[in-house]
Design a binder for this molecule. Structure first.
Ligand SMILES: *Cc1c(COP(=O)(O)O)cnc(C)c1O
Length: 394
């Protein structure tokens, strides 16, 4: 049966090309973990996780154990890092399905250790990435508690300290003081790890912004001192968007310039014109009549609403593309429908394709355009596209 025409097209070939390009930016300093959390930023884990692996990703990053299990079913060979950590009682699934979890709480180490022992796991066989809180106050062991955490990795424990991780949360800022402080704290932590007689294979630091800011070399230099390898964790850039940097950046990093030229958007979001009507001057449109026709108008009804993720705040203040032309959204956006003004666009017919996010002809609407209009960020625009909007491989 044909379906309600509101869908997302996913070009996995673009994702693969983005990954390969980003790996050239990271090389020879860092290996990339492909962030596929939150259903691959709304792009479909099912389509995107295998695409990242095809492009060469050995590591995938997910939020939760649940997402990890879904990724494991799709990618049996990949290393899967649960960056949001596990919740109580999830340790058995972590061990059984070969997930690797980020830890920072004592109980997480307790639970994983006891589950691994119960499963007869040998010493140093369950890899763990220890997160350090270097200033974001979100998750992670505070640097002054690191010694206590490291003391858990005794030789007879099944736990293995495989990675030491932190999240650079201000790599897009022109004033690099925050990142500098974070890296200085990490340098101290890595020294502590070595002094404890432990070896962690991976220094796991930095997302899209750090990568495009060209920080891979600086980060890798820290890891090199301890014979560690560097892993970076890009998300947004994989999906084809370069984060906007602080406008006060005096010079644009070369890797950011290159990325702007090379990254290709992976997602397009589309609907169709359901029906058309002509209304006289004075007609009102939508709930509460927030739009009043000032002249006779031609209106097109669309099969998309806020339940599909089209932000209700876009009503009366954003345009979508039909016949290669921007058509303003008029009136309030309904749960399942929206109306555009096509008075000045000749020939619009029922069934015409309408681009909500993406390119039509020479016009493009980006996730940044959506985000700017509603005061948010592209990450939220992508992840709010509704679950009922089907993701189609193109
Ligand atoms: C989401 C996330 C990333 C990826 O961030 P982008 O800005 O999309 O590249 C990396 N690391 C952690 C810990 C995250 O939560």
């Amino acid at each position: 049966m044909p379906m309600r025409p509101c869908w997302v097209e996913i070009r996995t070939r673009s994702l693969e090309e983005n990954y390969r390009f980003l790996q050239t930016l990271a090389a020879p300093h860092a290996e990339l973990l492909a962030i596929v959390k939150a259903n691959a930023y709304g792009h479909s884990l099912e389509l995107c996780a295998p695409a990242a692996v095809r492009a060469g990703a050995k590591w995938l990053g997910v939020t939760s154990v649940e997402e990890g299990l879904a990724a494991r079913a799709l990618c049996p060979e990949a290393r899967i890092l649960v960056i949001g950590g596990m919740f109580p009682g999830q340790g058995a699934a972590v061990v059984e399905h070969g997930l690797t979890t980020v830890v920072w709480e004592r109980w997480q180490l307790d639970e994983l250790e006891s589950v691994a022992r119960a499963a007869g796991a040998p010493a140093a066989s369950l890899p763990i990435h220890l997160e350090i809180d270097t200033g974001m106050s979100r998750q992670g062991v505070s640097p002054d508690q690191v010694s206590a955490a490291l003391a858990r990795f005794v030789p007879e424990s099944p736990l293995k300290l495989e990675g030491v991780m932190t999240h650079l949360f201000a790599a897009d800022e022109a004033d690099g003081a925050v990142t500098e402080s974070q890296l200085a704290q990490m340098a101290e932590v890595l020294r502590r790890v070595e002094d404890t007689g432990l070896y962690a294979e991976w220094f796991n630091v930095g997302s899209s912004s750090a990568l495009l800011a060209g920080q891979a070399g600086e980060i890798a230099a820290l890891a090199d001192r301890h014979g560690m390898k560097t892993m970076m964790r890009p998300g947004l850039v994989l999906y084809g968007l370069a984060p906007q940097f602080d406008p006060d950046f005096e010079w644009e990093p070369a890797s950011l310039t290159a990325a702007r030229a090379r990254l290709q958007p992976v997602l397009s979001w589309k609907t169709r014109v359901t029906s058309l009507r002509s209304v006289p001057a004075g007609a009102v449109v939508g709930y509460n009549g927030t739009f009043v026709a000032s002249e006779p108008m031609r209106l097109a009804l669309l099969a998309v609403g806020y339940a599909d993720g089209l932000d209700r705040r876009l009503g009366n203040r954003f345009s979508l593309l039909v016949r290669g032309t921007r058509a303003p959204l008029v009136g309030r956006i309904s749960m399942d429908q929206a109306v555009i003004d096509v008075t000045d666009i000749p020939g619009v017919e029922a069934g015409d394709e309408v681009v909500i996010l993406g390119t039509q002809g020479t016009e493009t609407i980006s996730a940044f355009d959506h985000a700017e209009a509603t005061g948010t960020i592209p990450w939220e625009v992508f992840t709010r596209i509704g679950q009922r909007v089907r993701r189609v491989l193109v």
